[in-house]
Design a protein around this ligand. Structure first.
Ligand code: SAM
Length: 243
């Protein structure tokens, strides 16, 4: 990304609402995979942490009418977008303001079966990521899952360029499919959104390695930690509590 601060701004929300489905690699498959995990639970209650415009929450609610969820974000722009996206599910969904940096505020919600977070945990410092995993390890019901979809630092520095090129290709192709032209890719490049190609990555982006996530999730008490998908530095992990 291309701004100086340590904060997610309304302009970031605008860009993500417009082009996020093209920016996020393998978006459709990711959503399908998350839905498949949710289907393993009977009437699950879910937190969607940093829900953005509510695209994932909406897809999950539409896929299974026994799901209920709370969609949480701290961008007013995203909250408005999510309320609109979820308007047909008001009996099963609520939308609320939430700051991921102060995730302890989740204590006010009942224990979930599933916590989903997509493309947001990398905004936390490594120490806060570990604290979040410990908190969620205690908060999620026994047998429940934390689905973490995010971008990761390469294990090996010379793989960075592989992630960079895969991500560029993926955005270019998604832009053609969605818009019939390269407009999402042009925006992606103009905004230096590709973390792996940016010599001065934005201070808001603090991804850690996949191996560190595995280590921290296991240390937090998750008994099964599995990578369900991985492409262009982006992966989806399912971490499950012992039943
Ligand atoms: C890249 S978007 C991903 C949105 C959504 N999870 C998805 O995959 O479509 C990142 C989201 O994180 C939210 N966010 C960033 N920092 C946050 C914070 N400290 N607390 C809560 N939400 C935050 C932004 O408002 C934005 O909606």
């Amino acid at each position: 990304m291309n701004h100086d601060g340590e904060k997610w701004y309304d302009e970031d929300s605008e860009v993500f609402i417009k082009y996020g489905a093209c920016f996020a690699p393998r978006r459709e498959e990711t959503i399908r995979t998350i839905i498949d995990v949710c289907k393993k639970y009977d009437a699950p209650f879910i937190y969607d942490l940093c829900c953005g415009g509510g695209e994932m929450s909406k897809a999950i609610l539409a896929s299974n009418d026994s799901v209920s969820l709370v969609a949480l974000d701290n961008s007013e722009r995203m909250l408005i977008e999510t309320k609109t996206a979820l308007r047909d599910f008001s009996d099963r969904a609520s939308v609320a303001k939430f700051d991921l940096q102060e995730f302890e505020s989740l204590h006010e919600y009942p224990a979930p079966h599933i916590v989903l977070s997509s493309l947001a945990v990398h905004h936390l410092s490594d120490e806060r990521k570990r604290e979040l995993f410990i908190f969620l390890g205690r908060k999620i019901r026994r047998g429940g899952s934390f689905i973490l979809s995010d971008l990761f630092e390469p294990e090996q520095a010379d793989n960075r360029i592989i992630f960079e090129e895969q991500w560029n290709r993926s955005v270019r192709e998604a832009s053609q499919v969605t818009f019939g032209d390269e407009r999402a890719f042009v925006a992606f490049e103009d905004l230096d959104w590709n973390h792996y190609g940016d010599p001065n990555p934005d201070p808001i982006d603090k991804p850690a390695k996949l191996s560190q996530h595995f280590e921290w999730l296991k240390a937090a008490g998750f008994t099964n930690v599995e990578l369900l998908m991985f492409f262009a530095g982006h992966g989806t992990i399912r971490a499950t509590n012992a039943a």
